[in-house]
Design a protein around this ligand. Structure first.
Ligand code: GLU
Length: 380
């Protein structure tokens, strides 16, 4: 499997991405002086999003703003909020935030869906698989998911706390190929440009060295929680998933168009595609929980890049859950592949050797058509 990616002209990196996750910071949405939504900015941003959709791109929005909107509604004073105040503000603000996106995008004929996440949702295997399936399904239906952290249930010890890393996490979950962090700064500098006039702008990063991490300072924006450090951490998550990430100044009208016109911004470029990164991860870093022995016909199908169907499975060994890594063996016990299995071991025992069309009558519910989907399968 080649991990070399074609070199894409900087101006086309965004427009050629298939699946894009865009993070919008609170300071872009809300005018702190007027204490109101920045309507003109929003309208122009939505025009950008619609343009992406029109050229066939799938778009996910990760938007902050629930706490900033909610504290305004609840008239909380301008000081750091206590946990219960933050949670109340998020509850009041999130419903308004979702409404803003729903209204603005409905005017352009787009449907939005809201998803609120916590770190546990994205790390725990079953919920991770469900979120991934829901997001993929929404995208295939042409819907724009609008995501935020579920700030009403998180606490300082169990939250992302910043939507930069949440956006990168979502991107790797759904194998997006580009994350856009619309920020209050145009990108990465060698030092804080507000303090050091000799600070150099870094337009492109290919490897996240300790030097790059050292360049990151703290956010000086009064609204958002993320600073440059969280953006670099987001970049690390994205690059590990084979996904490009760009940090760009969001405070311009048409912020996405500006990136396409090669504005000053920092691109973090991965050295492989999301699919290759995922397969490397499946092939190398997992501890298989079981094994599926398959017949010759299934071996041939796998070698042609197809999925593994239950009909080709001859033996199921080990105890595993849906989504666990298993090895795939030939009848001669050679390890052919590793993959993430779509059924648990008890279900796999029941449906092995059967055609996909029979799965529902055997298990009593409709599961996946494939025992291991080809996207979840790495040949060895
Ligand atoms: N989830 C928080 C909110 O909606 C924002 C986190 C961030 O600023 O990155 O207010």
């Amino acid at each position: 499997m080649s991990s070399i990616l074609p070199i894409v002209d900087a101006a086309k990196r965004l427009s050629s991405a298939r699946r894009v996750v865009i993070k919008i910071g609170s300071a872009l949405l809300i005018d702190s002086k007027r204490n109101a939504i920045r309507e003109e900015w929003m309208e122009c941003f939505i025009a950008d999003v619609v343009e992406c959709k029109k050229r066939g791109q799938e778009v996910v929005l990760v938007s902050s703003g629930s706490v900033a909107l909610g504290r305004r509604v609840l008239r909380f004073p301008a000081r750091p909020l206590r946990l219960e105040e933050t949670q109340a503000a998020a509850a009041c603000g999130q419903i308004r935030l979702a409404h803003i996106y729903q209204e603005a995008l409905a005017k352009k004929g787009q449907i939005v869906a809201q998803i609120l996440l916590t770190p546990a949702d994205t790390e725990e295997r079953q919920s991770y698989l469900n979120i991934r399936a829901t997001l993929r399904n929404l995208l295939s239906l042409g819907i724009i998911p609008v995501i935020n952290e579920n700030d009403t249930v998180t606490t300082p010890t169990n939250r992302y706390g910043d939507n930069d890393r949440l956006a990168a996490r979502v991107a790797t979950m759904i194998e997006a190929d580009c994350v856009v962090l619309l920020s209050d700064i145009d990108g990465l500098y060698s030092a804080d440009p507000g303090i050091d006039p000799a600070a150099r702008f870094i337009p492109e990063v290919h490897a996240l060295t300790s030097e790059i991490f050292d360049m990151a300072g703290d956010s000086r924006s009064g609204f958002g929680r993320g600073g440059m450090r969280t953006k670099i951490e987001a970049a690390r998550m994205a690059l590990n998933g084979g996904c490009a990430l760009v940090i760009s100044h969001g405070d311009v009208l048409r912020p996405l168009k500006q990136i396409e016109q090669n504005c000053r911004c920092t691109w973090f470029i991965p050295d492989c595609s999301p699919a290759a990164a995922r397969k490397t991860w499946i092939a190398g870093s997992l501890n298989p929980r079981g094994a599926l022995t398959i017949d010759e016909g299934a071996c041939q199908a796998l070698k042609k890049g197809r999925s593994l169907l239950s009909v080709g499975v001859k033996k199921v060994e080990g105890e595993f859950n849906r989504g666990d890594a298993v090895t795939v063996l030939s009848l001669k016990d050679e390890e052919l592949a590793r993959g993430l299995v779509a059924y648990n071991s008890a279900e796999a025992q029941k449906i092995m050797g059967c055609r996909s069309g029979k799965i529902e009558s055997i298990l009593g519910y409709t599961g996946r058509e494939e025992m291991i989907h080809r996207d979840d399968l790495a040949m060895l």
